[in-house]
Design a protein around this ligand. Sequence first.
Ligand SMILES: Nc1ncnc2c1ncn2[C@@H]1O[C@H](COP(=O)(O)OP(=O)(O)O)[C@@H](O)[C@H]1O
Ligand SMILES: [Mg+2]
Length: 395
Amino acid sequence: MVNAKPKVRIEHLIKIYGEKPRAALQLFREGKSRDAILQVTGHVLGIADVSFTVNQGEVFVVMGLSGSGKSTLIRCINRLIKPTSGHIYIDDEDIALINEERMREIRLTKVSMVFQHFGLFPHKTVVENVAYGLKIRGVEKKQRSQKALETLEVVGLTQWAGYLPASLSGGMQQRVGLARALATDAEILLMDEPFSALDPLIRREMQEELLRLQKKLHKTIIFISHDIQESVKLGSRIAVMKDGYIVQIATPEELITNPADNYIRAFIQDVNRAQVLKTGSIARQIITFTVEEDSPQTALEKMLYQNLKQIYVVRQGFPVGVVSRETLAAAIPEGREDITQLMQADFPQVNADTTLENIFHLYQQELPIAVVDESGKFKGVVEQSDVFASISSLT
Ligand SMILES: Nc1ncnc2c1ncn2[C@@H]1O[C@H](COP(=O)(O)OP(=O)(O)O)[C@@H](O)[C@H]1O
Ligand SMILES: [Mg+2]
């Protein structure tokens, strides 16, 4: 990522559960397995030497089966749990070293947590629940209900402000949980399987909602999930955990195209590849008709040589049209060589970050789709056969 600014940095984090972790730590450093450590010391290795960096504005997903150490990790980050060893930097401040008072401050101002089971107060109204984080920050009453109402509007719950949580559906209750975390203006959101308790349909809605909010809010989010579909949908990167270790850290695309081992392979089997793969990563560089350089004659020769049926016409790097071999072959002998007259200016074009599921309908014209980068410049083409090959390829 360009200009990525680290927000949370974890270095060699180890967490061992139990009264006397020292002996267990020693065994771990000697290379003993999690099971061996448990057998000898009765101590559980929760996090096994984990390092990674989460950048400003990123949705960093931590995925793994139950018991793999996800909650332990996220709780170390806001120090609900004290790490046994290692460093956790938030904005370059090592929170493994600071005192309780400073940690409370950080929890109130920088880091907010959203829990799986919402964690709402049943006897407080929705707006009071949302205002709660501000109350313990010492924000004055009028100000905090104002802010709480504003945040409820962001998550679309204004009309429910005066109700008790029990009158709301699960999805709406979790919106309240989200609003409470957002109301404090914390830059970092820690979300521990926040949607796992919801029905599939509501769950998908909440995922969309989170992505929608994130587009506006640009928080730094560490999101825990045991679900691969959810992970590839939300994550800019995904760390896959197993038995306290991180097995692989990758973008969703890298994960499914280049899984580190069979553990990851088993996870990604269920992923709909068309929802994850982007045109940019399968676009083929291909010869173009460069207006500044090529004559129709040379273009036609190149097409015959490479057996292309069409060629994209590019001006100053931007695709401006597409022309077929037949058109060129017919026009050249007649001396009609003005390419802008010959080309078809209406052609399918997508950005490099478009997922494959969103391009199928563009193949009606049977033209290869032109893929452009952020500035609109030609990057290559994606043909229908490329799409099928990449979504069916077995890794
Ligand atoms: N307070 C605790 N005491 C002892 N072991 C614990 C404690 N909390 C979690 N564990 C163990 O640590 C491992 C990781 O747990 P956890 O972080 O909750 O995993 P996950 O969130 O991925 O399901 C598990 O083996 C779990 O049993
Ligand atoms: Mg957990």
